[in-house]
Design a protein around this ligand. Sequence first.
Ligand code: SF4
Ligand code: SF4
Length: 346
Amino acid sequence: MLTAQQVKEYAKSAGADLCGVANMERFDGAPEQMDPRHIFPEAKSAIVLARRIPRGVYRGIEEGTHWSNYTFYGYNRLNTWLLPKAQYETSCFIEDHGFEATPVYPGVAEAEPSSAPRREGQPGPNVYPNIRIAAVAAGVGEMGWSKVFMTKEFGPRQRLCMILTDAELEPDPLVEPNTVCNLCMECVDYCTGHCIPHIREGKVVEIQIEDKTYRWGDVDMGKCTLTHHGLNKEASPFLALDCPGLRMDVSEQECSEEEAYKLTHSVGRATWRKTPEFPTGHVLDYAYTMMFGVGYYAVCGARGCIRQCMISCEEGGRVEQTFHNEFRKKPMWLLDPAGNASLKED
Ligand code: SF4
Ligand code: SF4
């Protein structure tokens, strides 16, 4: 016998901040390549764990003085160590009770086109569920308009992972749509990638789980990825140092997410001859340092989709974790899109 309550208590003792359970029927309608039932057909429950991103991880970028905390603690170590540790230990706890537990690797279906099915009637490898939608199905929270996953505990500040198990656990109630995201559109106004559509544009993604309909903006992931990974001069002070003459208005680009990843990550890892003008030998110095030192680099600082969103949630009283002080101490900065590395206030 194993109960949802026991799993949740253990997951929290192993480091998770939040834990929710979905029954597998909630994945009805999922695309084949994202349906977790193709990974573990006998699974009865999907357990989603969340760990918070501390608000202070965004402090250095908010000040305009320190970027590396965001890459290291907001992404890399949270996604590759702290969260998987809780996921792994919870999986072992479930298996100690005689049920199989599959911790799911957080890949993305879009990044890996499937190969031929190994058996008739099932998709080819690799099947990757959408972790944010799984978290909605597990009642952990909802999708914000910006496509960032939101909870009433931490607003837009958490990372997620999933365990599939053949233990039949009591599912959590679904969160009512727009409990946390009130469609304020502040993420749209503050997004440096100009990639989150305003609700009046009608670009909407919609899913149905049981009797609830969740909707969010159809975010232009090409523009977001160019910005997030450092090729937007409005967001990256480092690009202005490495390519002072480059003029590339991200709002005019029409590339896909994969195209943007291909470009940002290969340029970020690239080297060039050392010259007096560029003595390091790296094409993008900060990107190279982070890619080889940490394995990832994030530059945007989620200016609209997390920083402004959490301000909206805190000011609106829609988030349970409260602070003695407001996050924003000064007007928010924005870089000159012409490549001037000095900070200017928005
Ligand atoms: S800023 Fe946050 S709460 Fe406001 S619309 Fe965007 S996602 Fe929703
Ligand atoms: S990461 Fe940056 S560019 Fe992407 S949606 Fe968030 S604010 Fe916009």
